[in-house]
Design a protein around this ligand. Structure first.
Ligand SMILES: C[S@@+](CC[C@H](N)C(=O)[O-])C[C@H]1O[C@@H](n2cnc3c(N)ncnc32)[C@H](O)[C@@H]1O
Length: 344
């Protein structure tokens, strides 16, 4: 039995648990969490974490090699975390940047402040003991894949679950831009980070369901040329952007004039199953090289939708370079699919 910590968005703990059951399959008995909080579960499982949990949608972090550190104040916690770190890293040769993160359950009043103070104190102590290693610790972003790290999940004021192995960890809060016309802008920014790629100058982007223009703006500000498809108006930095052409049309029947694009964006508030079928058409016609597609689950069952996404992956995306379905930090009742088909 090995503990695995799965940490997702507050309020989606039950959905995370259902996704775990789905990923483990019917043959494996559903693991019972040994501890849980809003959006996270600690599981004792015989399942091989790297294989089963590495590519899930709901957890923002999948962590293993976990130590519990307790202490009544900042100094005590920092001391315990330093001891844990030194023990965990004694066998690890550190040559590359490694994830150094704090996580904390959003609801707890003041917990984020406590966590930040502990992090500062730990960083100072770590610098004194191992300055070269300390210099390489950072909050990311990191490309997908397992790696050593030190992720400290504050589950209370005096209790931290500290993990020295990151199985996966991609979603995160992104920096806002005053000219962005919507909060949706942050989803596009986060999606690039999950994919490990972003629109480049001169690339062609089709944005279906573009208004008020957050996604279009995020691509246009990188120099890409955007066709923003929506009957609604573009606003803010997207409204008169020279790289954005606004096309009042229906996203389901829109076909790009050139026949293809470098990026297909789709954030239409529509039935997610219908959006997936649309994406399948785009893939079959080889119209797009990369995709950022948001699926709103709203009243639909999110895990049923994940099943359909997995069927899509098997049918349409089996040979893609990259394909991820994630509940982004900036997503609410929705998933974001990001992928790179390898077709250019
Ligand atoms: C969540 S908003 C998109 C936000 C946008 N991504 C941003 O960053 O500002 C959803 C948009 O989808 C559009 N929409 C819904 N159905 C559509 C359709 N069939 N064709 C085109 N646009 C559609 C709506 O008009 C609405 O503007």
């Amino acid at each position: 039995m090995k503990p695995v910590l799965l940490w997702g968005q507050s309020g989606y703990g039950e959905a995370l648990l259902e996704e775990i059951r789905f990923r483990l399959g019917d043959e494996t008995p559903a693991p019972v969490p040994s501890a849980s909080g809003p959006g996270w579960h600690l599981l004792e499982t015989t399942a091989e974490a790297g294989r089963v949990f590495a590519d899930m949608a709901f957890p923002h972090w999948v962590l293993t090699e976990i130590r519990e550190v307790t202490g009544s104040g900042v100094n005590q916690l920092a001391a315990g975390l330093l001891d844990g770190f030194l023990e965990a890293f004694q066998e690890i040769r550190v040559e590359e940047p490694w994830p150094l993160e704090i996580l904390c359950a959003a609801e707890e009043e003041g917990l984020a402040r406590r966590a930040a103070s502990v992090r500062t104190e730990l960083a100072a102590r770590l610098k004194k003991r191992l300055s070269r290693v300390a210099k390489l610790g950072r909050p990311g972003p990191f490309p997908p894949g397992a790696r050593p790290g030190w992720v400290m999940a504050f589950t209370g004021f005096d209790r931290v679950l500290a993990a020295s192995r990151v199985i996966s960890g991609g979603q995160r809060r992104m920096a806002d831009d005053a000219a962005a016309p919507s909060r949706s802008y942050l989803k596009a920014e986060e999606a690039y980070h999950v994919l490990g790629d972003e629109p480049a100058p001169g690339q062609r982007v089709i944005d279906l369901g573009a208004a008020p223009g957050g996604w279009s703006y995020s691509a246009a500000k990188r120099g890409a040329l955007v066709s923003a498809v929506d009957n609604g108006p573009l606003k803010g930095g997207a409204a008169a952007h020279p790289n954005i052409t606004h096309l009042k049309a229906d996203g389901f029947s829109f076909v790009p004039e050139s026949g293809r694009c470098d990026w297909l964006f789709c954030d239409m508030v529509e039935d997610p199953y219908r959006v997936l079928r649309l994406l399948a058409d785009w893939v079959a016609e080889r119209r797009g090289a990369r995709f950022v597609v948001n699926l709103k689950f709203g009243r639909a069952d999110p895990v049923e939708l994940l099943r359909e996404v997995e069927r899509f992956r098997a049918r349409e995306a089996a040979d893609w370079e990259r394909f991820y379905v994630r509940h982004l930090f900036h997503d609410r009742e929705e998933f974001t699919l990001v992928g790179s088909s390898g077709v250019s």
